[in-house]
Structure formats: C-alpha cells, structure tokens
Design a protein around this ligand. Structure first.
Ligand code: FMN
Length: 182
C-alpha cells in the first residue's frame, strides 16, 4: 500500500473485535509511529495498553462516579474493542518548546499508529469523552498530576463487516491558498 493509499483508505471504525495485534506486533507499530516529528526530542507522551480484564477495570473506573442506572453503559464502553491504548500527554515544562507543539507530537504519534495499524490489516478509532479527567479513571491509570489523558485508541478488526460510507469530500479551494510571488 502506498503512503497516499494508506492515508485515504484508513477509516475510524466504531465496532471492533478480535483479532488485535499481540504485544510484540503492537510495540513494533508504536516504535514506527514514535518516529513522528518531536521538537526538541522531548518525548512528551506515554501509552498504557489495556486488554482483557484491564479493560474491565477501566470500565469499572469509568462507571465509578456515575448513577447506578448509567453504570452498565459505562462498563460496556471499555469493551468496544479487544485492545485499548490509553494516550497520556506528559508535557515538559520549562522547555522553549511550547505546549501546543508538544501536543502536536503526541497527536502525530497516535495518528501514525492508526495508519500503521491500518497497514497491518487492523482498524482503530480514537475516542475521548467526558471521563478523561475523572479521578477514578486517572487513579486507575496511575497518572501523575501533570499528566493529561487524551483518550484511547480502540484497536481491533471491524466486527460488523461493513465499510463506513464514503468520507465527505473537503473542498480544497476553501482550505488551501497558493500565492505565487515569482
Ligand atoms: C482527538 C480525537 C478525539 C476523538 N474522539 C472521538 C470520540 O470520542 N468518539 C468518536 O466516535 N470518535 C472520536 N474521534 C474520531 C473521529 O470522530 C473520526 O476520526 C471522524 O469521525 C472521522 O472519521 P475517519 O477517521 O474515518 O475519517 C476522535 C478523533 C480525534 C482526532
């Protein structure tokens, strides 16, 4: 697959099931994705991989502060893929590299990982939500006070066999300007 084909054919898949990559394959793909541009080589990121009962415990942490009626829904949310990669931003303070640039690095890595997974026949979706800063979730992931949870990359293989509809076309005329000053 060419890089351009990979870029255009990757889609976010909301319903994912087995198979997901094993730890060794996932690590190789993360290593590839970690080659994303990183101003100052600050490495302002880390990832926490959850499978099996790790996902169930995350679901319990997500459900912890919710009304009883909502809990089953929260528990189920963490089980929407066989593999969850928790995305943790670790901003480096006191650097000349501003926070937004550091955020750009971690976002590039996550996107690169989604592309690398796609190239290996898997699918993914980056999910966020209102529970990223919940103390129960942060506590379960053992985040340091300065660390920020940016969501999870849900990883697996599309379970419904359905390809998502065509991606809406972006009108490049409204997005790209060419100024030829020659
Ligand atoms: C930072 C970020 C957060 C996202 N959070 C969610 C989310 O919480 N739920 C969701 O369904 N999709 C989420 N998405 C995925 C986008 O909705 C998805 O990429 C978009 O619908 C376009 O689909 P495509 O990737 O197939 O083009 C998120 C994407 C990004 C980059």
């Amino acid at each position: 697959m060419s890089v351009t084909d990979a870029l255009t054919s990757r889609r976010s898949h909301p319903r994912l099931s087995e198979p997901a990559p094993d730890d060794a394959e996932l690590l190789a793909l993360i290593e590839a994705a970690a080659s994303a541009p990183d101003h100052g080589r600050l490495r302002p990121w880390r990832l926490i991989v959850l499978r099996g009962s790790g996902r169930e415990k995350l679901g319990e942490a997500m459900a912890a502060d919710r009304p009883l009626t909502e809990r089953p829904r929260q528990l189920a949310k963490a089980l929407r893929a066989p593999l969850l990669v928790s995305i943790v931003f670790c901003p480096v303070t006191g650097s000349k590299v501003p926070r937004w640039e550091q955020l750009s690095t971690i976002a590039s890595i996550v996107y690169g990982l989604s592309l690398a997974l796609h190239g290996h026949g898997y699918a993914s979706i980056w999910r966020t939500g209102d529970l990223l800063s919940a103390p129960s979730v942060r506590g379960f992931l053992d985040l340091a006070p300065a660390e920020e949870l940016l969501g999870w990359l849900f990883v697996g293989t599309p379970s419904d066999g359905q390809a998502p509809g065509p991606r809406p076309v972006i009108d490049m005329v409204t997005k790209v300007a060419f100024h030829d000053e020659r």
